[in-house]
Design a protein around this ligand. Structure first.
Ligand SMILES: Cc1ncc(COP(=O)(O)O)c(C=O)c1O
Length: 399
């Protein structure tokens, strides 16, 4: 089997043909034409920095918000362009005020960087963090619903919920969770880092107080492009991490939220400016556009997961309805102990052999885990190659 992809779409990317790139989920990967579009915006900026940054950029950013708002079924004015989901989560947490004893609820599958932000803020305000244990393997979404809602108390003011979890690749029943939590007066911070371009999101219908989603993951936009959606009734309390001119600009016919987020100091906005092109270009790669792309990636992930489980004798950790374009699997016990650290020795050996996937230890249940992603440039042959190489490496560990 070969490492390179036989996907007819791989030609849109400049990925190294000697690498089986099976980890779109961590940082995305941006097609050549999108990078060229981003460079065109950079050239425009540098041709006339003052003209661009003092006027033209606002129209470009508005177009970017509108392109994403159409996909997210929300008002473009409720979106703030930000650099990544980590900063989206921090923006919300560090804007909010908490009373001593307030509870912030978070499942134990949360992304560690975002969990760190919760711990930091809770400590500063003397708030409590309630960690809800979600089993893995898991029987179905109803288990998540039941566990999370059982963690809600009179003191719960905020819950951070993922669309799709990072360590375990579980598509959470986030629509039902948002409804149940918000209707009990718990504000939801939806960490949709794995969101736009991966799972359908209709933010106005969803009704979460705050949602942050990365464009640089499943939309394949340039790095440093994400949005934060804040429900209108919550906008007055949310400020960017960087306080700048927007706080005192004359209001005119716009909102303080817009002013504050549209200018946070001099920076390169080209990743955002390239968003309308990205939505069109990547969306045009498959007949049927983004819904067809999401379905295609989901199907490839499901097929690859089933094959890997069968060939490597692994347990299927969740039903298909809890799977999107990433899947996490647990490696059976081997002679190599999973250490408390982050990356497993197998990660390095696969990287040396030209396969890029994360492999790490996870405490619940303790073991060694790896995660695959499925994207437009991947093909099933690459996962067969992964199975071959994992088989060989695990056999070598045992011998
Ligand atoms: C669930 C989740 N939240 C947040 C992030 C952080 O994304 P970024 O590095 O773009 O801020 C990730 C990244 O993989 C993630 O999986």
């Amino acid at each position: 089997m070969v490492a390179h992809s036989t996907s007819p779409l791989v030609g849109h990317w400049d990925l190294d043909p000697n690498v089986a790139y099976l980890n779109h989920g961590s940082f995305g990967a941006t097609p050549r034409a999108v990078i060229e579009e981003q460079r065109r915006w950079q050239a425009k900026l540098e041709a006339n920095p003052m003209g661009f940054l003092e006027s033209e950029v606002y129209a470009a950013m508005k177009a970017a918000r509108e392109a994403l708002a159409e996909m997210l079924s929300c008002d473009a004015d409720d979106l703030a362009l930000i650099e990544n989901a980590t900063s989206g989560v921090n923006t919300v947490l560090r804007s909010l005020r908490f009373e001593p004893g307030d509870e912030i609820l978070v499942p134990d599958h949360a992304y560690q960087a975002c969990r760190n932000a919760i711990d930091y803020v809770a400590d500063r305000w003397n708030a409590s963090v309630v960690t809800v244990k979600v089993p893995f393997p898991i029987a179905g979404p109803e288990v998540v619903m039941e566990r999370i809602m059982a963690g809600v108390s009179e003191r719960t003011v905020l819950a951070m919920i993922d669309t799709v979890t990072s360590p375990t690749g579980l598509r959470m029943p986030f629509e039902a969770l948002v409804e149940a939590l918000e209707s009990r007066g718990v504000a939801v911070l939806l960490d949709a880092a794995h969101g736009i371009g991966m799972v359908p999101l209709a933010l106005d219908d969803l009704g979460a107080s705050y949602t942050t989603t990365n464009a640089h993951k499943w939309l394949s936009a340039p790095k440093g492009s994400a949005v934060l959606h804040v429900r209108k009734d919550r906008q007055a309390e949310i400020h960017p991490l960087t306080i700048s001119h927007g706080m005192t600009f004359p209001l005119g016919d716009t909102t303080r939220f817009r002013h504050e987020f549209d200018w946070t100091g001099t920076r390169d906005p080209s990743a955002w400016c390239a968003l309308p092109f990205t939505v069109e270009h990547v969306g045009g790669m498959v007949e049927g556009g983004w819904p067809a792309i999401m379905a295609r990636n989901d199907a490839l992930c499901l097929e690859a997961r089933a094959m890997l489980c069968e060939r490597l004798g692994l347990e299927l950790p969740c039903p298909p309805e809890m799977l999107s374009c990433i899947a996490t699997l647990r490696i059976p016990e081997t002679s190599v102990e999973a250490e408390g650290g982050f990356l497993d020795p197998l990660y390095y050996r696969l990287a040396e052999r030209g396969i890029r996937i994360p492999v790490w230890s996870w405490p619940s249940p303790a073991g060694r885990y790896f995660r695959i992603s499925a994207y437009l440039y991947n093909s099933i042959e690459q996962y067969h190659h992964l199975a071959d190489v994992i088989e060989e490496e695990l056999a070598a560990e045992r011998s």
